[in-house]
Write a protein that binds this ligand. Structure first.
Ligand code: AMP
Length: 279
């Protein structure tokens, strides 16, 4: 595996691969890789000839009081994990490589509607940062396909909208959520949890399962959402939301609206966790 830190070097390396007719698969990450990320690499490996993973803690998607500075950065372990998974190129840019005019002055991409609800309402500007960095990375890598985790369900929808509206010729693949044995969705932020919090965090997955069962039994969404909040609170979590929404655009779901998704965000101490389940 090659590690590349310069955008120009990445461009010429990938131009050569593209010229040779190789199909390029791309997996954007913030590093500190775990089995969830590895599953994305495997999917890209199966579906493309050359796999590129970026490792970049993107400043524009963090709010001023969020964990940008303490977000775990482990590039050496990430390189080993990517190589073991069959990744061909790790792109490890510095901030000024992706934001030549500084992160604060960067052009922003805003996906209306989708970016403003749920995570977007609680983390204003978060999805602008995600859409912006992904658009820049898509232009650099020019992949045939890009893999995103269903774990960040709203992000996946934002990316699909970005790709459709800006006509990126990229197939977006969604990879299933990889979980700990307790059901807790794997996340780089899980390492902020102490052993007691980690045990409590399993209530998120249990609550999503309960929401799915209640929805399948035909119970009204508003009642399920109320019950889910109580369940999370009684497990010692502070939920930001526990909702049932339309799976394709996260609008409030009415009867007969097609596929739905249950989404939860909850805090444990200073750690914020998100998870979801298609119904
Ligand atoms: P991150 O490094 O947290 O920005 O995540 C990079 C990619 O990995 C995103 O597409 C995430 O949705 C995906 N991802 C993170 N955790 C998981 C997980 N537990 N299962 C599947 N995909 C994941």
């Amino acid at each position: 595996m090659q590690t590349v830190i310069r955008a120009a070097e990445l461009r010429s390396l990938l131009a050569a691969a593209r010229g040779a007719g190789r199909r390029i698969g791309f997996v954007p990450t913030m590093g500190n890789l775990h089995a969830g990320h590895q599953s994305l690499i495997s999917l890209a490996r199966e579906r493309s000839d050359l796999v590129v993973a970026s490792v970049f803690v993107n400043p524009t998607q963090f709010g001023p009081s969020e964990d940008f500075s303490r977000y775990p950065r482990t590039p050496e372990a990430d390189a080993a994990a990517l190589a073991a998974q069959g990744c061909d190129v790790m792109f490890l840019p510095a901030v000024d490589e992706l934001y030549p005019h500084g992160a604060e002055n960067a052009v922003r991409i805003h996906v209306p509607g989708l970016s403003e609800t749920l995570e977007g309402a609680i983390r204003p500007g978060h999805f602008d940062g995600v859409a912006t960095v992904c658009a820049a990375l898509f232009n650099l890598v020019q992949p045939d396909l890009a893999v995103f985790g269903q774990k960040d369900y709203q992000q996946l929808l934002v990316i699909r909208r970005l790709v459709a509206d800006l006509s990126f010729p990229i197939e977006v693949l969604a990879a299933p959520i990889v979980r700990e044995p307790s059901g807790l969705a794997m996340s780089s932020r899980n390492q902020y949890l102490d052993p007691d919090q980690r045990e409590r965090a399993a209530a998120i997955f249990a609550t999503l399962g309960w929401m799915r069962d209640e929805a399948q039994a035909g119970r009204a969404a508003a009642d399920i959402e109320q019950g889910a909040l109580l369940r999370l609170e009684s497990a010692g979590l502070r939920p930001d939301y526990a909702v049932i929404r339309r799976a394709d655009d996260l609008a409030e779901a009415g009867a007969g609206d097609g596929p739905r998704v249950a989404l939860v965000a909850a805090r444990l101490g200073s750690t914020r966790l998100i998870d979801n389940q298609l119904l």
